[in-house]
Each structure stands twice: as structure tokens, then as C-alpha cells.
Design a protein around this ligand. Structure first.
Ligand SMILES: [Zn+2]
Length: 245
């Protein structure tokens, strides 16, 4: 605006004030503003009325939303977000899964207090505990994943945990929305209950069986599905799979 004022045009000037015939007639201006004139690469049409148009909105009308969209810095969606935060998600499950995907759960390898003795993985009692072992390589986790694979008719790849997560994210995009939601719920419930079982064993010396763990995973997914507002819209295959009548 300050630069336009330097052109000598009045503040209520209209586009027609800088048109003569069918050509632009820009006022003589300092070099700074000439570069602005030079960006106008079309000839005017004096037969059309002036009209203010806000380009960032499709309608040409300036709205608060379009100004916000124009100003804000947008980032590409994390492709895992649909698997984590879909409309059927169980918040506490998704939160633990989200921490696991960031490698932020406080597994033994992340404890920096050297005064505390390191203990091996409490699920198998053999290997060092880190995210990769706890959620995928451990014999107990492996047994649970095999059960989940059979129920969901998926084959989890035998790769490190974060690669398996990537695989799940890609798989999510290729399935129908309902089946993708169930895949996300089962994945989150499995990680959540594996982490809970680990904490029960480590902090309360309470050991659950693989069967009990499996029942907890299935029970939480089934309860959530059965209590959805849109439960009547669930496909028959999902109803059968999770025993929902
Ligand atoms: Zn283990």
C-alpha cells in the first residue's frame, strides 16, 4: 500500500484510472514499484467492470477462513495419523501406540539412570528390552501377533518394529475405511496390552498368560465396535469376525 501511495494515485483510485483505451497507463513511479507493474502480463479489457477478487478463496470472496488458510504454514499429514486417530480409535490405546511409533516409551534401553540395575525383557526373561524386541521380536509378542494375524487375515512382516509400522500405514490406505479402522484398532490394542502386561510384570510382579492377553485385546476392540453409534452400519464380515450380533 505504501508503494502504491508513492505512485501518486489517490487512495480511492480504481483500475480504470490506469487504463487508456485497451492498454495500461501506469503512472511514472520510482523503480521499486515499476517491478510491480512489470508483473502484470495481460492487457486490460475496458469493457469489463472493476471487481475486487480474493484469489486464495475459490469464490473470490475474502473470508476469515481463507485468510487463515493462506497465512498458516501447512505440513503434510503424517501417514500414520489415519491409523492412530480415526473416528473409532480408543484414545488410551492410540496414545501408547503413538509413543511406541516415536520410540518414546520408557523401555529399559532408554533408562539413563545407571544406578538402577538393567533387567531383561520381563515378557520372555531372556533378551534386552527395547521397542523392537518388546513389540515384535519377543517370543510372547510373537505369539500374540500370530493370533492377531489369523483373526484379521493379515501377515505381519518379520521386520523391525518401525518398518512393520510403515507396512501397516501403507496397508491402511489400500483397504476399505471400515476394515482400515479395525486394523488400526487391533494394532493399537495389541501394543497397549503388551505394554500393560510388561508394566504389570515389572512393577507389580503380576504375570498374565498369552491367552489372557489375547482376550483383553479382543475384548477391548469388540467392546468399542459394539458400542459405536454406527454399529448398525458395520459390514457383516466385521460383525462375524468380532462376534457382534
Ligand atoms: Zn522378550
Amino acid at each position: 500500500m505504501r508503494r502504491l501511495a508513492e505512485s501518486g494515485l489517490p487512495c480511492n483510485a480504481r483500475v480504470s484510472d490506469i487504463i487508456e483505451g485497451n492498454e495500461w497507463h501506469f503512472p511514472t513511479v520510482p523503480s521499486g514499484i515499476q517491478s510491480l507493474w512489470d508483473t502484470i502480463n495481460f492487457l486490460p479489457d475496458s469493457s469489463i467492470l472493476d471487481k475486487a477478487c480474493w484469489e486464495p478463496s475459490a469464490s473470490g470472496t475474502c473470508t476469515i477462513q481463507s485468510v487463515w488458510e493462506e497465512m498458516r504454514i501447512t505440513r503434510a499429514h503424517d501417514k500414520g495419523s489415519k491409523l492412530l486417530w480415526h473416528s473409532w480409535h480408543i484414545p488410551r490405546h492410540s496414545f501408547i501406540l503413538w509413543l511406541a511409533t516415536k520410540g518414546r516409551l520408557r523401555t529399559q534401553d532408554r533408562l539413563h539412570n545407571q544406578m538402577l540395575p538393567r533387567v531383561p525383557c520381563v515378557l520372555c526373561g531372556v533378551h534386552e528390552e527395547d521397542h523392537n524386541h518388546l513389540f515384535f521380536n519377543c517370543t510372547l509378542s510373537n505369539a500374540v501377533w500370530r493370533m492377531i494375524s489369523l483373526k484379521l487375515h493379515v501377515t505381519w512382516p518379520t521386520v523391525p518394529w518401525l518398518q512393520a509400522w510403515e507396512w501397516a500405514c501403507d496397508g491402511y490406505a489400500s483397504r476399505s475405511q471400515h476394515h482400515s479402522h479395525v486394523l488400526g484398532m487391533a494394532l493399537a490394542a495389541t501394543i497397549y496390552h503388551l505394554w500393560s502386561e510388561r508394566n504389570q510384570r515389572l512393577h507389580h510382579q503380576q504375570h498374565g498368560s498369552v491367552q489372557k492377553l489375547w482376550e483383553n485385546i479382543c475384548g477391548s476392540v469388540r467392546d468399542r465396535l459394539a458400542n459405536l453409534n454406527e454399529v448398525c452400519l458395520l459390514p457383516e464380515s466385521i460383525r462375524r469376525q468380532w462376534d457382534i450380533h
